[in-house]
Each structure stands twice: as structure tokens, then as C-alpha cells.
Design a protein around this ligand. Structure first.
Ligand SMILES: [Zn+2]
Length: 216
């Protein structure tokens, strides 16, 4: 089964991808991992990707697409794969289709994990971390015993910049702006399935399996 997994930052996509990988026995392919792997192995495309990353620039489409193409041609992908973080744009999606078409293949299903932005903001903005030992807390789900203080070392808890409401909102806005056309593209192809990600991790996983018809 060839899958694309989509979902906003904080929607729990990574966790679900790991669980699906175990269930379907196909590799979980994230672009971050492909970049790291190719840079480590010193491949030509890896070297190119590194040049851009070292400058703090986005890796251009042609490099990313080339890396994904090489990865999905590997033996472990013969029964399928779960793509995570790719494609990000319609152009990348069209290229992916073209690559698969060469071997008479296509993406079977695009799973989009949906959670209202407000819930994601609540989930992420409640995080706190001890500035001394780094232990993490959540104001609603796993609060410290004493308000604002670490259980282990009694030092103060802080909110990371990434967990601030403004930062989260900005990330979500960027995500929606970028992926809206992509979601439209896959909806038009008739392969988009939307899954409610508001429930528990297990509940969301059950919904995903049901969508894929692997519940039995
Ligand atoms: Zn601490």
C-alpha cells in the first residue's frame, strides 16, 4: 500500500506513522530521514542537499524529488511505503505521480489527520520545561505538583519559544497556506481520506485502519 500521510504540526502525524508502519509492514519515509541518510552516505544528491541546509535554505524541489525517487525504488518499498512530510506542494505531488507512473504505480491513499487549530494550540502551548533538568510537563495533562516548579529539582519551569501561542499559530497558518492546494489536488483525484485526530492516539489509529480497510 502506497500512502501519503498529512496533518498539521502537532496533529500527531509522526506517532501515527510509526504505528501504521508496524501494522502495514512497510517503511515510514520522512524527508528529514532521507536527507540525513544521504548526507551520511555522501551521495551526490545528499551533498547538494547539505549545501542548501548549511546555508539555512530550503532544499529545492529537484533535489528533494530525486532523493525521494531513489528511496522509493529501494527493495523494502516494493510492497509499499508511508510518505511523511512529502509531498508538500502540488508540484511535488505531480512529480511523485510521474515517478510512480513509470512503473505503472500510483498513490493508493492520502490520509489527512484533522484537528482544529484551537485544539493544537491548546495541546502545544501547555508544554513547559524545567530550565534546570529539562523534564517536560503539560499544564493540563501532566502538571507539576507545585505550580510552576519542577518536581525533581524545584527549579522554575519555562515555555520554549516553539511552544508559544504566536509561534504555533504562525506555523499552523504557514502549513494551511501551503497544503490547501495539495489537499484539493488529492481530493480531486478521489484518494483523499480525512481522519478526525481529536480523540486518543489509539482511537485515531483505529480510524486510520478502518479507512484503509485493515481492521479485520
Ligand atoms: Zn527540573
Amino acid at each position: 500500500m502506497k500512502l501519503v500521510l498529512m496533518g498539521a504540526p502537532g496533529a500527531g502525524k509522526g506517532t501515527q506513522a510509526q504505528m501504521l508502519k508496524e501494522e502495514l509492514k512497510v517503511p515510514h519515509i520522512s524527508t528529514g530521514e532521507i536527507f540525513r541518510d544521504n548526507i551520511k552516505k555522501g551521495t551526490e544528491l545528499g551533498k547538494k542537499a547539505k549545501e542548501f541546509m548549511d546555508r539555512g535554505d530550503l532544499v529545492p524541489d529537484n533535489v528533494t524529488i530525486g532523493l525521494v525517487e531513489n528511496r522509493i525504488k529501494e527493495d523494502d518499498c516494493s510492497a509499499g511505503f508511508i510518505l511523511d512530510g512529502f509531498p508538500r506542494t502540488v508540484k511535488q505531488a505531480e512529480n511523485l505521480d510521474r515517478i510512480l507512473e513509470k512503473s505503472g504505480d500510483r498513490i493508493d491513499c492520502v490520509l489527512n489527520i484533522e484537528i482544529p487549530d484551537e485544539k493544537i494550540v491548546k495541546r502545544l502551548s501547555g508544554r513547559r520545561v524545567c530550565k534546570h533538568c529539562g523534564k517536560t510537563y503539560h499544564m493540563s495533562y501532566s502538571p507539576p505538583e507545585k505550580d510552576g516548579l519542577c518536581d525533581l529539582c524545584d527549579d522554575g519551569l519555562i515555555q520554549r519559544k516553539d511552544d508559544r501561542v504566536e509561534t504555533i499559530r504562525e506555523r499552523l497558518n504557514n502549513y494551511h497556506r501551503q497544503t490547501k492546494p495539495l489537499i484539493g489536488y488529492y481530493r480531486e483525484m478521489g484518494i483523499l481520506k480525512e481522519v478526525d485526530g481529536q480523540g486518543s492516539i489509539e482511537g485515531t489509529f483505529e480510524s486510520l485502519k478502518k479507512m484503509l480497510g485493515v481492521n479485520e
